[in-house]
Design a protein around this ligand. Structure first.
Ligand code: CTP
Length: 252
């Protein structure tokens, strides 16, 4: 049966009757490449928009929820735009791997929420209930081998660096309370070099590279069709959860 631990822990698809559940999709790409929008469109087209989060069969998790807490010294650096949030060291890898393992095991998992203005985790979190599809997005989700190998599908959002920088400037001023000087200083000294060193080399692990991000509706349509095909119940792949078929088939 599909509930056997061996099947859950194996990322390989051995035929349509042995699709692992939940289906874990990693979505990587540079800062402001449109990872969140791509995930939102996939979730939307799977027919999940407007569904209460307790009933949802698709969930989006951001790697940013797993930034490590800063020490007082690091906090001072962060306020100056001098802390390297784009380095693998900045992330709590164990927390990420554990969360994904727990989700894969069908446990209810609490994911912290991140506050970009104060560079720390918020007190509130998000509860993840058992789902069929997990979209896990972030700049370095393919960097950590153990994490990378847990994904059943890997997408890389490949958006032009000029477009990303202009989006990032506007977003950081509007949503993250930053000044233009600090954004550009952080970008040129930390974000861009780290992208080239740690994020870009992980593009080779992707199953699908999505040029132009969320604007690429053809790529997103193809990916959604593929996910629907994989998750469609077959004679030997009957799903047991009462609401698990809610998104299977054509989106409404
Ligand atoms: N970051 C920051 N300050 C923090 C934490 C993170 O400036 N306190 C920045 C890092 O420099 C990193 C970026 O946030 O480059 C990661 O988020 P990003 O990938 O840009 O945002 P998402 O919404 O996850 O992705 P996208 O814009 O592609 O949808």
């Amino acid at each position: 049966s599909r509930n056997e631990p061996s099947e859950r822990s194996s990322p390989r698809l051995n035929g349509l009757d042995r699709i692992p559940k939940p289906f874990l999709i990693g979505v990587a790409g540079g800062t402001a490449s449109g990872k969140s929008s791509v995930c939102a469109k996939i979730m939307d087209q799977l027919g999940q928009a407007g569904v209460d989060h307790r009933q949802r069969q698709v969930v989006i998790i951001s790697q940013d929820a797993f930034y490590k807490n800063l020490t007082p010294d690091q906090d001072i650096k962060a306020k100056r735009g001098e802390f390297n949030f784009d380095h693998p060291e900045a992330f709590d890898f164990d927390g990420m791997a554990q969360a994904l393992k727990d989700i894969a095991a069908g446990k209810i998992v609490e994911i912290p929420e991140y506050d970009y203005v104060n560079n720390c985790r918020k007190d509130s979190g998000m509860k993840i209930y058992p789902v069929d599809v997990v979209l896990f997005e972030g700049i370095l989700v393919f960097y950590f081998k153990e994490l990378r190998e847990m994904f059943h599908m890997k997408l890389f959002v490949d958006t032009d660096p000029d477009t990303r920088l202009s989006r990032r400037v506007l977003r950081d001023i509007k949503e993250r309370g930053r000044t233009l000087e600090k954004i550009l200083h952080q970008y040129t000294t930390l974000v861009k070099p780290a992208f080239e060193e740690f994020c870009l080399p992980t593009k080779k692990y992707a199953d699908v590279i999505i040029p132009r991000g969320a604007d690429n509706t053809v790529a997103i349509d193809l990916i959604v069709q593929h996910i629907q095909e994989l998750l469609r119940p077959t004679k030997t792949n009957k799903r047991t959860r009462h609401n698990s078929d809610s998104f299977v088939g054509r989106p409404h």
